[in-house]
Structure formats: structure tokens, C-alpha cells
Ligand binder design. Structure first.
Ligand code: HPA
Length: 262
């Protein structure tokens, strides 16, 4: 099996970075991971994992997040950039804007959110849920695209697969949430539990429910088609700029060090 230290997780509207590369299916102790392919960005091996499975067949609440993150860990991945389409709750944000959230709120209900169901009891610190090194590079490289970039935002993750009601979105707004998506949790937490760096690269595909009149998944496709070349460029330049080996200036690489009482 080829190894790679960097992964990009693609979501709705972002299908593959390596168009010609063969897709692999990896079996893990948690089940089969979503299809992934390994290609090169500059001289660096990079894994691309397609979160929603073959032909976008797996809805957000049915994705096997544990298998996906574990498979990346087994390949040797230390850093993950996760692409997410999001709805804008904050009315200053608009479709096509890029958002690099700094914090998250978990409103999922039915997902398996930990690798640590047994002893030793493990409480991972998520005071800074996203890797600051990857965030900085994503922000810097997104700013070169000419698209509007929000360098701080709170992401709320909902269970889906339905969109939210206007009352839910108004509640999230009052709680201080800026954008809403369905896949940020448990990916973020599982990556931290395996001491992998993780940061989201979001683009606004729509205004959230109640802010615009109705919602369809086609908006994601329309907006992503429009801005995808710029998103890809920003991602590629961020990957090229990632310091290797990890410089240790983040809370990710030693996340387990103080996470256990014994
Ligand atoms: N809600 C939840 N997830 C989403 C949205 C939304 O409005 N847009 C894109 N992903």
C-alpha cells in the first residue's frame, strides 16, 4: 500500500482532485472506507478521499466517518484538509464566499463520535478544534483566489439529511453560529483522537433556511462548478506550503499526551 502524509477529503460539489487515478477501497476494523485515490501535488503524495462514496451515494448521516479517518491514519496521513459546502447563517456571508471556521458546535444526534469507547478513558481537548497551521495556510492561499474569505467563523454541524427549519437556523444564529453543514462532526474530533491535524475549507453554497426562500441540493452543484477552479488552486498551493515534517506548533500532534487519567 502506498503511503501519504497529507489528505484532502472532498464533499458535495468537490469530487476528485486526481481525475485519472485509480480508486481504492480500504477495509478497516471499523468497516470499509469511502473510495480514495493517491496522487501527487508537486513531489508530495496526497490522498484524496471522496466522503460521500461512489457517485455521491452515501448521505451525511450514514458516512462511515470512523472507517474513513482510520483508513487515512493507516496510510500514514498526518494532516487533513476537509472541503465542505455550507449554508450561511450570518447574513454578511454570501454564496461563493470561502470560510475557514475556527470553532464548531455539534448538533448531530446519531453518530459514533469516538474511537475511545473503552479503557483507558480518553477526553480529548478541543479548545482549539482545528489545526492553526493548516488554517493559516488555507486563509493565505484562499485570499489569493480573489474570492471573499472569512478567516473566522463558527460552524454548526446538523444531523441531516434534511435541511434545517427557519426556527433552527434562527436559534443557531442567536447561539453565535455563522455557517451550517452536515459533515464536520465527527470527522474533526476523530482526526484529533488519532493526533492528526485537521482543518475545514468551506465554501458557501446557499443562504441558510429562512434567510433565502427555499433550498435544494442543486445550489451546491451550481456554486461549486462556478468557483471550483479557484478552490482547487487554493488547495494545491496550501498543500505545497505545508511544512513537512509537522512543526509541532499545534495542539494536534500530541493530543493524547494529557488526555488520559491513567
Ligand atoms: N444546511 C446544511 N448543510 C448544508 C447547507 C445548509 O443550508 N448547505 C450546504 N450544506
Amino acid at each position: 500500500m502506498k503511503k501519504a502524509k497529507i489528505a484532502i477529503i472532498g464533499g458535495t460539489g468537490f469530487k476528485n482532485l486526481f481525475k485519472e487515478t485509480k480508486q481504492l477501497r480500504i477495509e478497516t476494523r471499523y468497516g470499509t472506507a469511502s473510495p480514495l485515490s493517491i496522487g501527487k501535488v508537486n513531489a508530495r503524495e496526497v490522498v484524496f478521499l471522496c466522503r460521500h462514496g461512489p457517485n455521491h451515494s452515501v448521505p451525511p448521516h450514514k458516512i462511515n466517518y470512523k472507517a474513513n479517518i482510520y483508513a487515512l491514519h493507516e496510510i500514514g496521513v498526518e494532516r487533513i484538509i476537509a472541503v465542505n459546502a455550507v449554508g450561511a447563517i450570518n447574513r454578511d456571508f454570501k454564496p461563493s464566499d470561502i470560510v475557514i471556521p475556527h470553532d464548531l458546535v455539534d448538533f448531530t444526534k446519531l453518530r459514533e463520535t469516538t474511537f475511545y469507547d473503552n479503557a483507558p478513558v480518553t477526553h480529548i481537548d478541543v479548545s482549539q478544534p482545528y489545526c492553526p497551521t493548516i488554517r493559516r495556510l488555507l486563509i493565505e492561499n484562499a485570499q489569493k483566489t480573489g474570492l471573499r474569505v472569512w478567516d473566522r467563523a463558527v460552524l454548526v454541524c446538523t444531523e441531516g439529511p434534511r435541511f434545517e427549519t427557519p426556527a433552527e437556523i434562527e436559534m443557531f444564529r442567536r447561539l453565535g453560529c455563522d455557517v451550517v453543514g452536515m459533515t464536520g462532526v465527527p470527522e474533526t474530533v476523530l482526526a484529533r483522537e488519532l493526533e492528526m491535524c485537521y482543518a475545514p475549507f468551506c465554501f458557501v453554497s446557499n443562504m441558510a433556511a429562512g434567510v433565502q426562500e427555499g433550498l435544494t441540493p442543486f445550489e451546491v452543484a451550481k456554486i461549486s462548478e462556478k468557483i471550483m477552479p479557484k478552490l482547487e488552486q487554493a488547495l494545491i498551493s496550501a498543500v505545497k506550503a505545508l511544512p513537512i515534517p509537522r512543526d509541532g506548533n499545534c495542539p494536534c500532534a500530541n493530543a493524547l499526551k494529557d488526555a488520559r487519567l491513567k
